[in-house]
Write a protein that binds this ligand. Structure first.
Ligand SMILES: Cc1cc2nc3c(=O)[nH]c(=O)nc-3n(C[C@H](O)[C@H](O)[C@H](O)COP(=O)(O)O)c2cc1C
Length: 192
């Protein structure tokens, strides 16, 4: 097999979701974070709108505290659950950095927003594959307040922008096993 294909295939299959609680607290050099963001920028996109933006936190605790406060503000009185608040405050675990990737509307309104979201998601996958190659991992989370309008508003997104999730990045000693429920043959319609 071609060595480039093998290297790419190995890296794609090695990428695994890592829970922040399994990350070991070691810091990723900022230069490596910058490198994976630069890879993100090479995603395919319709009309060269480059519809992605990334908010980086060098201190994951700062992010988690803001997330917890957003939960508190959205749940006054009886609806406030202190356990949820505590879990969100400590969600960063042993992560090194947090990145909020979002779809940022480009300057070509004729491109449907759906396509901008697809392109920005490709940018996230580039970032994740770069991380795998640099031996750090990620947890892509959409829980808590992440997909709520208050979250987007807090982080200054525009009306046509969308949060894609939150990425907790870090090192781990564990390598979770990959699993797929359905064979790829069942997901392909191949016309001869
Ligand atoms: C858009 C998106 C949102 C996700 N949100 C969550 C989440 O909120 N909680 C979670 O445990 N995993 C989340 N995941 C990670 C998936 O659980 C994980 O990718 C899946 O189990 C496959 O495992 P793998 O990434 O190791 O291949 C999310 C993944 C994507 C692409």
């Amino acid at each position: 097999m071609d060595t480039t294909f093998s290297a790419v295939a190995d890296n794609i299959k090695k990428r695994r979701t890592l829970k922040p609680s399994t990350m070991n607290g070691n810091k990723i050099p900022n230069a490596h974070i910058a490198s994976v963001l630069e890879l993100a920028d090479w995603a395919p996109n319709h009309g060269n709108t480059e519809p992605w933006h990334f908010i980086v936190f060098e201190d994951p605790k700062v992010y988690s505290e803001q997330h917890a406060e957003l939960y508190k503000a959205a749940n006054p009185g009886e609806s406030f659950n202190p356990t949820v608040y505590a879990n969100l405050s400590s969600q960063f675990g042993g992560a090194s950095h947090v990145i909020i990737p979002y779809q940022k509307r480009g300057d070509l309104p004729k491109i449907p927003k759906f396509e901008e979201v697809i392109a920005a998601s490709c940018a996230v996958q580039n970032l994740l594959l770069g991380a795998t190659a640099l031996n750090f991992g990620a947890f892509w989370s959409t829980g808590g307040m992440v997909l709520k309008p208050a979250f987007a508003q807090h982080f200054g997104l525009g009306a046509e922008d969308s949060v894609l999730g939150v990425l907790f990045l870090g090192y781990t000693e564990t390598q979770p096993e990959g699993k797929r429920k359905t064979p790829i043959e069942n997901k392909i319609t191949w016309n001869k």
